[in-house]
Design a protein around this ligand. Sequence first.
Ligand SMILES: Cc1cc2nc3c(=O)[nH]c(=O)nc-3n(C[C@H](O)[C@H](O)[C@H](O)COP(=O)(O)O)c2cc1C
Length: 180
Amino acid sequence: MTVAEALRHRRSYSSVGSTAPTTRQLLPLIEAAGSVADHGSLHPWRIIALRGSARDTVGRAMADAAGLEGSSAEKLAAKLRRAPLVLAVVVSPKASHKVPDWEQEAVASGVAHALSLVLDEAGWGVMWRTGLQTRAKAVHKVHKLGPHERLLGWLYVGAKPPSKSGRRTTISAKDYLSAL
Ligand SMILES: Cc1cc2nc3c(=O)[nH]c(=O)nc-3n(C[C@H](O)[C@H](O)[C@H](O)COP(=O)(O)O)c2cc1C
């Protein structure tokens, strides 16, 4: 499959099965995703894998951040259980005189997109999710992020369902290309 074909075929899966890639399976995919263009090769990102009860810990922090209690809190926290593996994508900017913060965030975003793509190509179902609490203090703290770090969201990963209904509408590329 060419890269263009992989991109055209990639779909997000809001519902995935209960198996997930092991750390051993994940590492080469992260290595591949980490080869995106990176000004100064700063590698200004990292991934935190949440499995098992770690998902609940993060889910509860999200509920706290949203000011929820009781069953509403449980409902929000349970959302992290939608996939057996949840990968938190972290922008981890490095001190640099030549590469501003926004460029480093662009690199981390590129890694997240590339990781979604290679996971999909490897046969896993993936969906990038965020939420209003993504950059809340409690959520930052539960991920043990440094003061300079922030989240870009989470890739929810699990077994790809056998089929996906509906087709993504193809963009009309000419609407997105102009010349000066
Ligand atoms: C940064 C980012 C955050 C996203 N957050 C959410 C989200 O919280 N909930 C959601 O339903 N989709 C979210 N999406 C969109 C889905 O990941 C997905 O792209 C969308 O459902 C379209 O499906 P497709 O990727 O198959 O075209 C997000 C995408 C990105 C890039």
